[in-house]
Write a protein that binds this ligand. Structure first.
Ligand code: F0G
Length: 466
């Protein structure tokens, strides 16, 4: 049973605003259908009064909850008791300052930071949210948990199920819509993997229906507890910057869970007096999966105090259905046309004076190669953040002297095909994987050198190319 009377769920619509017990399993407000937030009554549970209080956890890392890069911040999302939390030591991630990639983006020396969320145990930022939703699922006694996924959510859920053996994982993926790195994880971790005909948006609609009918716990980011865990990405960024907010957070936008969680984190930190300034947020869509960019920039959709234009959103989706529009980008992780957290993201954009852009597959792959050659690498979707930062810098929206943090959401090895295709000399392979998506050139390719297995030839090759 839930044991946190100070925590509750609340509908984000100001017209409704109904509240629900945290013991209830909900992915939308039963009264009006809007998304839910997890909220805290800070009169009943004392929040941390300074970062020092949180830093005190650093010296107690023998407690697995303090070792976790998510749960060492648990006083900022106190909905579970220590005994109820399920952790796998997630969140050991790194903020790296890099001038090499900073130069590519167009920033002054010392100004670009990359937040490597691919260092999580399943290789993506999803573990931050999964430990949070999984703990809630455990609290309510769930025996099966499900998600629709472009690959990373499913890998994360499958891993939490396999390691803990507390639940069985049921995974919905669009057939052929997932990279092999991610598919291999779901299969190896033993999850029931349902490859349905259709794409992520189809799988998402279906998993909502099935979990409701069968009473299976849903861990997609419509689950408000997921986003509580994902707030910790921002807590770690602040921690690495000695609690001084950067000027910009730049994040890829797919289902818009991260951007929503980051906005909530900053709004709450400001309310609690732990920060005095909120960074600006840039959410970067992939071209071909650009619903947010279209609605925000072309149709001027705004949060508007929670009174956003629902007819505009519904009309946009209706046109999409009528024209048979489907998301299409090689950044398969964000190949999503119906982002489930759209309205929460609008709130985050409002709270963080945000901007939205879209970058195409060519820009994504070029930026990805720079993250590889000047950093530790990432999967294609993650590089949308760096490509987006470069675009905003060129537009003059981001200044060269701004301190910018790009969130790298997934590990390089999640999608090796895209990387190899970019660097290959095999034109057929390039065309098959990248050319078919509109990528025309690999300007920053690092070609493998074919050389005879003869000492003299090898020495010559090193002298020529090394
Ligand atoms: N980057 C990566 C590597 C992702 O896997 C995802 C989402 C995103 C960015 C987008 O994040 O949804 O918070 O805007 N992947 C989901 C999945 C949809 O199923 O793994 P978002």
């Amino acid at each position: 049973m839930a044991d946190a009377p100070h925590a509750f769920q609340k509908c984000l619509s100001p017209n409704c605003g109904k509240t629900y017990d945290i013991g209830q399993v909900l992915v939308a407000c039963p009264a009006c259908g809007e998304l839910l937030d997890v909220k805290y009554d800070w009169d009943q549970v004392r929040p941390p009064s300074s970062w020092k209080e949180i830093e005190a956890n650093w010296s107690r890392r023998d407690n697995p909850l303090n070792f976790s890069g998510v749960w060492r911040f648990r006083s900022l999302f106190p909905y579970a008791t220590d005994e109820q939390i399920v952790t796998l030591g997630e969140g050991q991630t790194l903020l790296q300052q890099t001038d090499r990639v900073g130069q590519y983006v167009g920033l002054d020396s010392g100004k670009l930071h990359l937040q490597y969320e691919g260092m999580n145990p399943s290789g993506s930022f999803k573990d931050n949210g999964m430990t949070a939703a999984f703990s809630h699922a455990h609290i309510v006694g769930a025996k099966r948990a499900a998600c629709a996924s472009t690959g990373n959510t499913s890998a994360s859920l499958a891993m939490y199920c396999s390691v803990t053996q507390l639940m069985k994982a049921v995974i919905f993926i669009g057939s052929g819509k997932i990279s092999y790195g991610k598919l291999s994880q779901a299969l190896d971790y033993g999850a029931l993997t349902l490859q349905i005909s259709g794409d992520f948006d189809d799988a998402m609609a279906r998993v909502k229906e099935v979990t409701k009918d069968l009473g299976i716990y849903l861990v997609n980011s419509v689950n408000p507890f997921r986003l509580e865990g994902q707030k910790s990405v921002m807590f770690r960024v602040l921690e690495a910057l000695r609690w001084e907010p950067p000027d910009w957070i730049v994040v890829p936008g797919g289902n818009l869970g991260n951007s929503s969680a980051f906005g909530k984190a900053f709004a709450e930190l400001k309310e609690l007096g732990l920060i005095t300034r909120i960074p600006r947020l840039a959410v970067i869509n992939a071209g071909g999966a650009d619903t947010l960019d279209q609605l925000y920039n072309k149709h001027n959709l705004r949060w508007n105090g929670g009174h956003f234009d629902k007819d505009l959103i519904n009309g946009y989706y209706q046109t999409m259905d009528e024209t048979g529009a489907k998301a299409s980008t090689l950044a398969s992780a964000i190949e999503i046309n119906r982002p489930v957290n759209l309205t929460k993201c609008l709130r985050a954009l409002h709270d963080c004076d945000g901007v939205v852009r879209q970058v195409n597959d060519q820009e994504i792959m070029d930026a990805k190669s720079q993250v590889g050659s000047g950093g530790m690498g990432c999967e294609p979707a993650s590089a949308a953040s760096v490509a987006g930062a470069k675009m905003l810098r060129e537009e003059g929206v981001i200044a060269p002297s701004d301190r910018v943090v790009c969130i790298l959401t997934g590990h390089l090895l999640k999608d090796p095909n895209a990387t190899v295709a970019y660097h290959t000399t095999d034109q057929d392979y390039f065309n098959q994987i990248l050319g078919s998506r509109g990528v025309k050139r690999a300007a920053h390719a690092n070609r493998a050198v074919a050389v005879k297995n003869e000492l003299a030839d090898i020495v010559t090759a090193i002298q020529l190319y090394g």
